[in-house]
Design a protein around this ligand. Structure first.
Ligand code: DX5
Ligand code: ZN
Length: 555
């Protein structure tokens, strides 16, 4: 059984932090290409790949072939998180005698292929897939190749071979991050179209430029193109590829090299360069501070929620907040699981169902069946026994587990028993019952206090601010410790949802940059602040950091 969306996100975070620790300890390595495939690795290791860390040679295991072997830190970190060896061991990366070398080799448990010399992994995968077919085995071969690696002719020979032999027990990922060893792929050997300037965002803007998929289709492959950092899209693509029979499947995952660390993102210099040890704690805080924006659709046209969901999709929401009100727990009624079931086919974006209903334990199954990805119930209408039952239902259905408290409610004592299972805690910043209300200011202190308390009890989920969140207060909510933000009237109530979500993100980014500069100053004074800022490419982002440092009096 796989993990739910939130648990996978948390495992990916752990793996990214190990990549930073490993490469910093080694003083060399490839963080950039490890981070571009981080979500792909997360979906494979924690949802689809069949393996047994206690028995690495299990003959019926699925096999993960990392053809772009230089991204070995991204593989080793997941082998550690998955339980093949102690996570601390990653700090022996590239040391004499270590099983973890610059490129994977078979000394390391869980490694299937000695990647490194590029272009070979797909051929090796085809051999394994044919052998499995001959042996009548039903295990699957998963392969990750690089876009720079695709300059190797053998990749295309293998592409022809896979089509000829109708290899459909293999799922291939192309980690399409547009950067290879010493420059942008579209400057060295374009797979799409020539990149004229140095602004990679060009490659994301206009899908009509994307020609890579056509190349693989012309070789007879089933092609699925996705955003390679959206877990919901990766997971669905693997499901579809694994169901495709009679021809090979490739998932072209458009990704960002160095994703998760602002100064590494889309920056060719982090293809093969290690972070300095003094930067590790700051980078770890940055990785911990990933956040989500969740528009609340009841702030829109209640007679046409399909349209409101589509506005969230166009706006690139991270997830969609569905406020279910039963007219008993709160005076208003909005919709129930039947509406969620209707909305489900519209998008893969995770549904964040906030149940403002009485006796949730009686209804939670309906919201699972309707396709919710996370279900949050109110502590005011639960007790230890009913919430325990709800946890069992959600856990066994791979649905995220959420607990909400009203402005005048504290976390009940019984909830600490479930804290390590919890994926989300909603701290209501309005009295529940309708959108468009004003943020209750005392919630800032409460969020800081409750978040601190939860962290002290090993809560690893997300604190969500819900109610009256807007551009003016979201930065403060982030500093309070919230990492998920519901926007009803401040997002769905506006005309241009995409622009306003971008503005929400920018506000949180501003607060995160401030947090990281303060961290740098705590650790190493002005000198480390300046070194941190200097990691960022000259331009708008760097100017903003200088401005923040000045405002904080660190420059
Ligand atoms: C209130 C709901 C909130 C609300 C958010 O009971 O739980 O999610 O819809 O809308 P705004 O952001 O307008 O307060
Ligand atoms: Zn809500």
């Amino acid at each position: 059984m796989g993990l739910n969306y939130y648990q996978i996100k948390r495992k990916i975070l752990k793996a990214r932090k190990l990549v930073i620790q490993a490469t910093a300890a080694a003083g060399s390595g490839h963080p950039g290409g490890s981070f571009s495939m981080a979500e792909i690795m997360g979906c494979l290791f924690y949802k689809y790949l069949r393996y047994d860390p206690e028995n690495p040679g299990w003959e019926d295991r699925d096999k993960l072939i990392l053809s772009k072997g230089h991204a070995s830190p991204g593989l080793f970190s997941n082998l550690a998180v998955a339980g093949y060896f102690d996570p601390e061991y990653v700090k022996t990366l590239r040391k004499f005698g270590s099983k973890l070398q610059g490129h994977p080799d078979l000394k390391c448990p869980g490694v299937e292929f000695c990647g490194g010399s590029l272009g070979i992994g797909l051929s090796y995968s085809i051999g394994n897939a044919l052998a499995a077919r001959i042996d009548g085995k039903d295990h699957r071969i998963y392969t990750i190749i690089g876009d720079g690696e695709s300059d190797e002719g053998q990749v295309w020979e293998a592409a022809m071979t896979a089509a000829k032999y109708k290899i459909d027990n293999m799922t291939v990922f192309l980690d399409r991050n547009f950067i290879q060893q010493d420059s942008y792929t579209e400057k060295i050997m374009p797979l799409d179209e020539e990149l004229l300037g140095d602004d990679l965002s060009e490659m994301w803007k206009d899908a009509s430029r994307w020609k890579t998929g056509d190349k693989w289709r012309s070789f007879g492959w089933n092609v699925i193109e996705i955003d390679g950092h959206r877990i919901e899209q990766i997971s669905d693509a693997i499901r579809r590829a694994n169901q495709t029979k009679g021809l090979p499947s490739i998932i072209i995952a458009r990704t960002i090299k160095g994703k998760g660390v602002e100064h590494m993102e889309d920056n060719p210099q982090w293809h093969g360069k290690a972070p300095k040890p003094e930067m590790v704690p700051i980078i770890e805080d940055e990785l911990e501070a990933q956040f989500m924006i969740a528009p609340s659709i009841i702030a829109g046209d209640m007679s046409n929620l399909e349209k409101e969901v589509k506005r969230c999709v166009d706006g690139r929401a991270d997830y969609i907040h569905l406020d279910v009100m039963d007219g008993q727990f709160v005076p208003n009624k909005t919709f129930d699981h039947t509406k969620i079931k209707e909305l489900r086919p519209l998008t893969l974006i995770p549904f964040d169902a906030h149940l403002m209903i009485d006796e949730p334990v009686k209804h939670v199954h309906d919201y699972v069946d309707a396709g919710s990805d996370i279900i949050t119930v109110h502590a005011e209408v639960c007790d230890e026994s009913s919430f325990g039952e709800i946890c069992d239902v959600l856990h066994s259905n791979e649905v995220g587990i959420g607990l909400a408290i009203n402005p005048d409610t504290e976390l009940p004592q019984w909830c600490y028993k479930f804290v390590e299972l919890l994926d989300q805690v909603i701290i209501m910043s309005v009295v529940p019952g309708k959108s468009g209300q004003k943020f209750i200011e005392s919630t800032h202190e409460k969020t800081r206090r409750v978040t601190k308390d939860l962290r002290e009890h090993k809560f690893e989920g997300y604190v969500e601010s819900d109610g009256g969140v807007n551009l003016e207060n979201i930065g403060a909510c982030f500093e309070d410790g919230a990492r998920a933000f519901v926007g009803g009237s401040a997002i769905i109530g506006q005309n241009d949802v995409r622009m306003i979500i971008k503005e929400f993100r920018n506000q949180v980014l501003e607060s995160r940059r401030r947090l990281l500069i303060k961290k740098a100053h705590d650790l190493g004074g002005t000198e480390l602040v300046n070194s941190w800022i200097d990691l960022h490419v000259v331009g708008e982002k760097k100017d903003k950091l200088v401005q923040i440092a000045k405002e904080l009096g660190f420059q």
